[in-house]
Ligand binder design. Structure first.
Ligand code: ADP
Ligand code: MG
Length: 261
């Protein structure tokens, strides 16, 4: 695995829940602009690996290097400041606030992280510039018309879109998405895919995601890594992985296209 030109690199990560070893020595590397999908059966350890990469769970051993820094011992919020973007869980959206207010808070957080001022010193109100940027972001995600809606009242799909808006508001170097389209209707799913694809094209954003839907993976990722029982059993291009006999066995001979997850 090349250590050069990596934006995100994990080496021999091991994570335990008590005495249960959930991640058993996983290594991966993502180059700037690259998109990696992590797939595997339920319980394979995808979410736990994600949390180890983002800093939400600690590793028993191994190393995570991000943007040239060893972030292994950095907590999640510091990794976010370093440019590791992830979707906020639904619970982290301020449900009693409007969609616009949520995005404004994320933008103000970004400005504060960079030591920039967000509004006039005599006023607690956000600047017109911040409000315009928040509105533009909501528009990009197709939810500008819902800007005054309380987050709690948004549909599941629109909440997912708001979470993505909040992650993008921080202008990350990499976007980490754990099942970004889970529970969405197919039409909503493809709209999210289009948005992410456009943003990747515009900003050269790197992406790491787990996803059940193979259409989404085909649309968004060049590389795929397959996990099973906490280990990487295959990695390569989408086509390579699809034709890999071990992967086929894990999916019990089913067509992976219809059985991933
Ligand atoms: N907080 C936890 N405490 C104990 N075991 C957990 C915890 N979270 C997940 N696990 C277990 O770790 C394994 C991997 O889970 P997870 O990472 O969620 O897999 P995936 O995302 O691939 O479905 C599963 O066996 C799951 O039951
Ligand atoms: Mg999971």
């Amino acid at each position: 695995m090349s250590t050069q030109n990596s934006l995100l690199q994990a080496t021999d990560l091991r994570v335990n829940y008590g005495s249960f070893e959930v991640i058993k020595g996983v290594s991966l590397s993502v180059k700037p602009g690259e998109s990696l999908a992590i797939i595997g059966p339920n319980g394979a350890g995808k979410t736990t690996l994600f949390k180890a990469l983002t800093g939400e769970v600690g590793c028993r051993s191994g190393k995570v290097i991000f943007a040239g820094k060893d972030v292994t011992d950095m907590p999640a919020h510091v990794r976010t400041i370093e440019g590791m973007g992830r979707t906020f869980q639904v619970s982290r959206v301020f449900l009693e606030m409007t969609a616009l207010e949520n995005v404004v808070i994320a933008l103000e957080t970004r400005c504060r992280n960079r030591g920039e001022r967000t509004g006039a010193w005599w006023s607690a109100a956000p600047s017109a510039k911040i409000i315009a940027e928040a509105t533009a972001l909501l528009d990009q995600l197709g939810i500008a018309s819902l800007r005054s809606e309380t987050a709690a009242n948004l549909s599941h799909g629109d909440k997912k879109r708001l979470e993505l808006t909040l992650a993008l508001a921080l202008e990350p170097k990499i976007l980490m998405l754990d099942e970004p389209t889970a529970g969405m209707a197919p039409a909503d799913r493809m709209q999210i895919v289009d948005v992410i694809r456009q943003i990747r094209k515009d900003k050269g954003l790197s992406l790491v995601m787990t996803e059940h839907d193979m259409d989404v993976i085909f649309s968004l990722s060049e590389s795929v890594m397959v996990m099973n029982y906490g280990e990487v059993i295959a990695a390569g291009s989408v086509e390579e992985v699809r034709n890999n006999p071990t992967v086929r066995e894990v999916y019990l001979g089913k067509d992976m296209y219809h059985a991933a997850g």
